[in-house]
Design a protein around this ligand. Structure first.
Ligand code: GRF
Length: 219
């Protein structure tokens, strides 16, 4: 049985594409069952449509309050019964309804806890670091503060600008996201305190039907 993924996007969706491509192979262990977005007219949604994956859009501005957006988004995600939600370039802070209902994995283009937030690549360049990278982490209520699952370093090159560095990070990021989500799906995972361990248990598939806690969370 495949682990069910709902992927959330806000932009070009190349991380989503990497997951779609990986999931085309049955041995990956996970399937993208829906793609959600906070805006229309983005390449991420077009990629889902080309792959025949259902999509939904919930824009913050279409709801009277952010809480109502959060509740509606949680409902839209739940319709697809995901075992795991992947935030792949989703540029909104998720609220308590979504985070309380599903485990969420995010990919971030810096080595957290350095350079959280929406301008991680620009901030790393401005600081003058020689090495940056990417982080795949579980999402908690903070901004890029959740437990780290995987990280990989990317050197900053002489003459890099935000675009060139981000593109080089994204090449690594796509591979790391696919590897990490694949392992979580195939081998299971546990969270103890802030420590995420892969390969420690049962595969998460099918648990969404019984409750909101795929993987095992051991406090
Ligand atoms: C990624 O670098 C992600 O970490 C960041 O935005 C980028 C999204 O790229 N938050 P894409 O939409 O997957 O191409």
């Amino acid at each position: 049985m495949s682990v069910r993924l709902v992927v959330l996007v806000s932009g070009s969706g190349t991380n989503l594409q990497a997951l779609l491509d990986a999931a085309a192979d049955d041995t990956f262990g996970a399937a993208v069952v829906a793609v959600g977005a906070d805006r229309t007219g983005i390449e991420g949604l077009a990629r889902a449509e080309r792959a025949g994956v259902p999509t939904f859009v919930e824009r913050v501005g279409d709801h009277p309050t952010r809480d109502e957006w959060d509740e509606r988004l949680a409902g839209r995600i739940a319709e697809h019964k995901p075992d795991l939600v992947v935030s792949a370039g989703f540029m909104k802070i998720l609220g308590p309804r979504v985070l309380g209902a599903f485990p969420v994995v995010n990919t971030h283009p810096a080595l957290l806890p350095a350079f959280p937030g929406a301008h991680a690549v620009r901030d790393a360049l401005a600081y003058g670091v020689r090495v940056t990278g990417c982080t795949v982490h579980l999402v908690d209520a903070g901004v890029d503060t959740g437990p780290v699952i995987a990280q990989e370093a990317v050197p900053v090159r002489e003459g890099d600008d935000e675009e060139s560095l981000h593109e080089r990070i994204k090449t690594v990021e796509r591979r790391l996201l696919v590897e990490t989500v694949g392992r979580m799906a195939r081998e299971g995972w546990t969270l103890t305190g802030r420590t995420v361990r892969l390969g420690t248990g049962r595969v998460a598939a099918g648990q969404a039907a019984d409750g909101p806690t795929p993987g095992r969370i051991t406090k």
